[in-house]
Design a protein around this ligand. Structure first.
Ligand code: ADP
Ligand code: MG
Length: 343
């Protein structure tokens, strides 16, 4: 019982993000009835990554921990578009010039991203790269002018991306086009890290790449791994808690990376229509089997808005959502209503 509480307390810390001060090293190792539970945090993919491993003994735990972090590092190398030497950077550099051969893995992630675009009627759009660059990640607090954005419109057409499964190539037909997998890459990395942690012998665990969380198996005591959904306007407050069992959760919010200018909030999720920050929601949380689905859909549904977005969620098997609209009103999908607890 004690141990359960300690484990739960550890997860709550993860949810609240209070472990940020401890960037590396083992945070806790508790033996729990023939299981050890270990938790460790490191910085990767520009954010805090926290792995939790439930394993039969400390050496398996250590192996699974390493396997998980190594996989996330590998994917950072493969998918980053900020480093000039990655496959996707090469695809971007050759836009308008030639098709670029990529690994099967990159090809598949781009195909999954295009599926997400189809599903969300273009709300999720990996061709938004030039617009994301124009806003240059809110850090610079730069507001591009309307003319600059309109000129980018022809470059953000995801339907023009040419993926050839036979030659294993990707071609961006217009010069200046740019693929950006920022809206789906963390969910994919969480899925992959779980595969590697299981392969290394972990019985259960959690991969949390910032707000992209994927769980597998069950904690030594209790039914699932508890996670919290953050309040989009009250920092440090949760709006709901739930337990996950072999599920992923991901939130797209306008409160994570933003700045306010003249009373207007500018954030990092863009509407492919206006190329301005999407305005229909404050936050969208998706629960799905796969991280790649949860992460792709949270961004896409944030753009689609609460009505169309919730209708889409209800039409998909094994997908649930908590959507907070622009006014702050929360809607919960039908399959989630009896699973949510108050914090
Ligand atoms: P994060 O977990 O980093 O907050 P999100 O899942 O909320 O990620 O996706 C936001 C990121 O996705 C942005 O930083 C940008 O790189 C990219 N992006 C922004 N708007 C869109 C969009 N409409 N479709 C796809 N990707 C987007
Ligand atoms: Mg996303």
């Amino acid at each position: 019982m004690m141990c359960t509480h300690r484990v739960r307390a550890a997860f709550n810390r993860m949810v609240f993000g209070l472990i940020i001060t401890v960037l590396a090293g083992c945070l806790a190792t508790h033996p729990v009835s023939e299981s050890v539970v270990a938790k460790r945090a490191q910085m990767h993919m520009g954010t805090l990554v926290t792995l939790t491993v439930v394993a039969p003994n400390p050496s398996v735990s250590e192996r699974a921990m390493r396997a998980g972090f190594n996989e996330i590092k590998r994917l950072e190398q493969l998918l980053s578009t900020w480093r000039p030497d990655t496959e996707l950077s090469l695809v971007n550099a050759e836009a308008g010039l030639r098709a670029v051969k990529v690994s099967q893995e990159t090809l598949e992630l781009v195909i999954r991203s295009l599926d997400m675009a189809q599903l969300t009627r273009g709300g999720f759009n990996i061709a938004l790269g030039p617009a994301v660059a124009a806003w240059s990640a809110t850090e610079r607090q730069h507001i591009p002018d309307e003319l600059e954005l309109q000129q980018l419109k022809p470059l953000v057409d995801w339907t023009s991306i040419q993926v050839n499964k036979v030659t294993q190539t990707i071609f961006l037909p217009r010069m200046g086009m740019r693929i950006d997998v920022g809206g789906i890459g963390k969910g994919y990395a969480a899925d992959r890290a779980v595969v590697e942690m299981k392969r290394a012998g972990a019985r259960a665990g959690v991969v949390a790449i910032s707000g992209d969380i994927k769980t597998f198996g069950m904690p030594p005591e209790g039914h699932g791994f508890p996670v919290g959904i953050k309040h989009p306007r009250k920092e440090g407050e949760l709006i709901a808690i739930l337990e996950l069992m072999d599920e992923a959760i991901s939130t797209a919010g306008d409160y994570e990376r933003f700045f306010v200018r003249d009373g207007v909030r500018y954030h990092h999720i863009l509407s492919p229509q206006t190329l301005q920050p999407a305005r229909a929601c404050q936050s969208v949380t998706i629960i799905a089997r796969e991280g790649v689905v949860a992460d792709g859909l949270d961004t896409g549904i944030f753009v689609l808005g609460p009505e169309e977005g919730m209708a889409l969620v209800e039409s998909l098997p094994d997908v649930e959502a908590v959507i907070i609209d622009a006014e702050g009103t929360m809607t919960v999908s039908s399959g989630l209503r009896n699973r949510l607890g108050m914090p």
